[in-house]
Structures are given as C-alpha cells and as structure tokens.
Ligand binder design. Structure first.
Ligand code: FAD
Length: 313
C-alpha cells in the first residue's frame, strides 16, 4: 500500500522510497516505502492516527545506533524523530531541568551539560543516538543509566493520545523501559533533571568513561553491543571465549577488539550478513556455555521471532 496522500494529512515531512542505510550507524538496510518526520507531538500524533485509520502500525527510528534494518523494501511506515530538535531548560535551586525533543542527540545533550557544568549525564559520554532512543532502551554503562537522569517523558500511544509521565510512573530495568509494554508507541519529548556542578568536575568524571571506551571499536560501523549481558556475566567475555572474534559472514566481521561488536567492514555488507553472523555467534556461545544470549540490538523489518528462535531449533 503506497501512502501517497500522507503528506497532505500529516504535519511534518513525508517521503517515499527512502534508502535507510544512512539512518543507521551500521550503514546497512533497505528502503522505506514511507518515512515520516514529524516536528513535534502534534505531528507525531497525527501521523500515528493517520496510519491507524489505514489499519497500519508503524516503527520508530531515532539515531539508528542500536537497530538492524532488514535489506529490501520496508513496507511498515517509519517515523523518524530526526526533526524533533527542540531544547530548553529551567532552574530550580541546584536542579536544572533540560527538556529535549526526542530526536536531539545524546552527544549534543552531553556537550551542553559539559559546557554548562551540569552533572548527571557523565556516564553517557560517547553513547551515540538520540535522547528518545536512549530512554526507550534505558541506555547506560557501568557508571549509570539514562533512567536515573529522567524527570519526565512525553509519549504518544498507538491510539494517537499523548501523555506526560514522571520517572516513577515508568518501569525501568537493564536496557529496558516499560513504556512500550504499556502501549506507548513513540517518545516525543524527554525532560532530564541534572544538578549544577562545574565544568571541571563533569569533564573529570566523563573522561574516565571515555577512557573505558578504548576497549571498543570506535570509528568503525557498528551498533554498539549486539547482545545484552546475561545475569551475572559479560556477553563480550562469553563471545570471546567461544572464539567469536574475527568470525565473518559476507562483509560483516566480529571485532577483534571487543567480541560483542559486529563491524560492517565492506561496501557490500548487508543486513543479512550481520544477522547471520550474530546468530552464528549466539549459537557458538550456547554450544560452549549453554547460555542463550538475548539481543540488545533492535530489529526493523525482520521477523523477530525467527531471530530469537533459530539456534534452539
Ligand atoms: C559505538 C557505539 C557505542 C555504544 N555504546 C553504548 C553504551 O555504552 N550503552 C548503551 O546503552 N548503548 C550503547 N550503544 C547503543 C546505542 O547507541 C544506544 O542504545 C542508543 O541509546 C540508541 O539510540 P538511537 O536513537 O540510535 O536508537 P535507535 O537505534 O534509532 O532505536 C533503538 C530502539 O528504540 C526505539 N526508539 C528510538 N527512538 C524512539 C522514540 N523516540 N520513541 C520510541 N521508541 C524509540 C526504536 O524503535 C528501536 O526499537 C552504542 C552504539 C554504538 C554504535
């Protein structure tokens, strides 16, 4: 179904036949039949309602730094948060409340915090992607998670209704935010609660975070860690000990630096190469340790069940 009339109905840019590789850090993936970029919650709500009235759901894309998009045509409509770029802040004593559109990059928010000496996001130094994506996956490191810095989240449900929720109204877990389970499709705005500190103090803490990132392949085409850490263990270590470093499938290669990163190493790498390599790695870990790793990355345009079930079949 080609949604040619969508541009007149939705406040935001709607495009058809959009190559998606440039929307992801892996730089792979097919073509979106329909991609909408709403500017704010109203545009977002109109888009979701419009899709629903045509019997369609939709998928959301932030910075594409944790997503594997399938090759070929992606028929489900895609909402990109790239145009939601507002940033404003207010103060209350030591607290600084920073309200961001979901498409603001976490790096930009961190840079602003560093410049102003606002503490609370030091753990996020070096995490790519958007604020909305970070909240949806409760992005973090050993030093902290985005949920700890949240004051409120504005999100629109599958029914097109928008609601603002306080941090404590949302269930948080390791790389998990309970919003999607409650039927909230898309985050449009996030308010972070930070504390006034000094530029020097924020820089000093975040330097340690950045230092630890040297064990990761930076500057290559990856989507961060492919698998979540299993309870009480490290996925990277299991993958390493199962001999995954250096394994390849087509143009996809497991990083020699960190076994939980898969790199797109060539111009002809496809999403299928990456998916096949990820499944191979997971099977190796299962055979060696009996541990079934869960994906940290999200899939768009794939049959998620087939990705989850394959190695146990
Ligand atoms: C080099 C590198 C290092 C990384 N290091 C870390 C790290 O230390 N810690 C960490 O946690 N992650 C890390 N990541 C992974 C990734 O950067 C984070 O998970 C990031 O928060 C994803 O944000 P995004 O906007 O790119 O999300 P996307 O990849 O665009 O989307 C991820 C998921 O969130 C959903 N989503 C995105 N935006 C919204 C929205 N507005 N509303 C509702 N749902 C939405 C998407 O539908 C998808 O399911 C790293 C990635 C790379 C490439």
């Amino acid at each position: 179904m080609r949604l040619q009339s969508a541009p007149e109905r939705i406040d935001g840019i709607t495009r058809h036949g959009v190559p998606l590789a440039g929307f992801t850090t892996w730089r792979v993936g097919g073509t979106a039949e329909t991609l909408v970029e709403p500017k704010d919650a109203d545009g977002l709500s109109a888009a979701i309602r419009w899709f629903a009235s045509h019997g369609l759901g939709c998928c959301v894309l932030g910075g594409g730094s944790n997503t594997l998009i399938a090759d070929g045509e992606i028929s489900v409509p895609i909402i990109s948060t790239g145009a939601m770029q507002s940033v404003s802040f207010s103060r209350e004593g030591e607290n600084v409340f920073v309200a961001c559109g979901a498409g603001v990059s976490l790096k930009k928010l961190f840079a602003l915090s560093l410049r102003e000496g606002w503490s609370g996001l030091e753990f996020a130094a070096g995490i790519p992607g958007t604020v909305g994506g970070a909240v949806m996956g409760n992005a973090g490191t050993g030093e902290g998670e985005i949920s700890q810095a949240i004051q409120s989240v504005e999100a629109t449900g599958a029914d097109g209704k928008t609601r603002s929720m306080g941090r404590d109204e949302i269930e948080w877990g390791y790389r998990r935010c309970g919003l999607s389970e409650r039927g909230f499709a898309v985050i449009s705005r996030v308010t972070a609660r930070l504390r006034q500190s000094t530029q020097e103090a924020v820089a000093s803490v975040s330097r340690q975070t950045i230092e630890r990132r040297k064990s990761q392949p930076l500057g290559t085409r990856t989507a961060g860690c492919v698998f979540k850490n299993p309870e009480g263990g490290k996925a990277g270590r299991l993958l390493d000990e199962a001999g995954c470093k250096g394994l390849s499938a087509g143009g996809a290669v497991v990083s020699g630096l960190h076994a939980n990163f898969i790199e797109n190493r060539s111009g002809c790498c496809t999403a299928s190469d990456i998916a096949n390599l990820a499944k191979l790695c997971r099977r190796r870990v299962y055979e060696k340790f009996g541990v079934w790793l869960s994906f940290e990355i999200q899939f768009l345009g794939f049959d998620r069940r087939s990705m989850e079930d394959d190695a146990l079949a």
